[in-house]
Design a protein around this ligand. Sequence first.
Ligand code: C2E
Ligand code: MG
Ligand code: MG
Length: 660
Amino acid sequence: MTAQTTAPHTATRLFAVFAAVGLVPVVVLGFVLAGSYRGEANRRGLDEATSESALIASTAVEPLLFGQDLRLGLSAQEQTQLFQVAQDAAARGTILRLRIRDLDGNVVFSADGSGFGETPEADTLAAAGGAVETDLTRLNTDPNDTGNPGVQVVEVYRPLINGTSKTRIGVLEVYLPYQPINDDITRGLNTLYRDLAIGLALLYLVLAGIARVTTRKLQQYAEDNAHLAEHDPLTCLPNRRLFHRRIAELTDGPAGRVGAVAVIDLDRFKEVNDSLGHHNGDALLARLGARLAGAIRPGDTVARLGGDEFGVILARARNEEEATAALERLRTALAEPVQITGLPLSAEASIGYALTPEDGDDPETLLQRADIAMYVAKAGHTGVVRYSSDQNHYDSDRLAVVGELRRALAEDELLLHYQPKTRLSDGAVTAVEALIRWRHPRHGLLYPDAFLPLAEQTGLIDPLTDWVIATALAQIRDWGEPASELGVSVNISARNLSNPTFADRVLAALAASGLPNNRLLLEITETALFTDIERATTVLNRLSSAGVPISLDDFGQGQTSLGFLSRLPLQELKIDRAFVTDMLADSAHAAIVRSVIELAHNLGFAVVAEGVEDELTMTALGAMRCDAAQGYVLARPLPAGDLLAWISAYERTTQLTPLA
Ligand code: C2E
Ligand code: MG
Ligand code: MG
């Protein structure tokens, strides 16, 4: 919000600056033009005076003179007539002073009697030489003048010419009043100034208009950019960055502010992507985003945090009841079927949330804790879960592992160890079990319990299992003697079975390896079956009927109903090592092992005892007619190369001392 409200202010300020700065050159231009108009007008004024003086000389003065060099003096008649002309002109106000000088510059006639006997000035001499000198000045301000400075005048010195011989005979000195010329100039200039002002004002308006349009466009552009930087293009919802800022607005608000921060993760969204394509996955996300945005209350925030994860801020949730109720409403809204390519899809979601201030009072803590609660909700299929400190085992270190695991998958940090399984009747190695390990760059070799639960909760288990199956098949295919006929057992998670594409992916991997389907055996832990029994059974039937043997792992840990056991397409049952390892010391465990062997045989399954740690237990199991054994007494899980060496060595010893 803040970005949108500050943008117009910024734009208006920007425009004001533009307008002010734009005014400066326009005003300067105005002054420069006005100054040069004024200069030009003055020049014209002087030109006008010069022409007027030429007219006076040629029409009023020269015709009165007899044409001889004035150094010879003026006749009385010439003097009288000149007086007459000067008086007339003075009466009309067209000439303020008129003097006639000879070619040496001395005054020979002066209407007002001034100037006789003065030393001639440079102007006078220049005019005697043929030049016309025009100056704007004041009356009585020449160095030779006497009396107070008078009004502004144009002073012109020009040669007087003999009309017949065209020779210079003297100099005419006239002072013309500047006022009428100035009035004329000013009148013209005023019109010009007005036009100039109007023109410049129009120019300024056009410039300001352009600036306005440009700043508006820039403003729009800036707003668009700000929007893009803080919104998710697919759903148009705020993105993680804006979400973070909104949480900060909540937590930085006045003391006593309450609220909830929730993280919503869609369950099995990956299946939609995988089976219907990314395009439809995107369409589903966009629809669900809009649905969430429509279901929140004013003042609350929905954001897309990435992938199939949304974030919600409930700005007024005061306690757990209110927050849970509001989030349950959102969960119900999400579960309403959405039509995608004609298919009704309904999205289940796991929601975790944290309350401020009790569960945290800064955005990082709140988001992280909501995230942890979301994982707990997902693991337990419990819908909406509030963070509590006993969820601490999902601490941030473990969450960081998720990101690392993703990288590990891509960068070949995972590897398989193999543990042999031997037939008890003759000691032959019949198969190996592939067990995943992670060669972590900092923590060293990690065992499955350190990272599998997280892989299962985050959906990473699908690519991980695909990797295990493909790698195990490729490795056993490439093993020569003595392992060329061995089968490989791969462990499967409950999450794998809930994915409808699972069976196809397994069969495709088998086809790609070129191995017969019965070389791969899938181990399903007993508890894994019960998260979605219907779907699991369908997947297992499909695989079993394609010839892939299925084994029920860790049997005895869960509570499989015996009736259900008979309906599963099983070939093998593995007795949980909790009963096997100490069966010689614990008679109840021994009884359980014996009964399970019996039960399995009656149902037609082979029985494997896992966790066999000593020879005596091995012998006892053989006596109970257990089919196969697996455990440290034979071998620990080994890297592929070591396993082959182990088998060779083992086969040499068993030939010497057959077990059976
Ligand atoms: P599991 O399938 O029951 O595998 C047997 C586990 O028991 C292995 O632990 C193995 O090292 C251990 N074990 C074998 N013989 C003995 C013994 O004589 N005594 C004792 N105390 N333990 C023995 P590991 O490798 O840590 O694997 C633990 C579990 O992780 C496995 O149990 C399996 O459920 C799961 N797992 C391992 N690899 C994968 C995998 O690739 N995918 C999946 N989904 N789960 C896997
Ligand atoms: Mg297993
Ligand atoms: Mg097991």
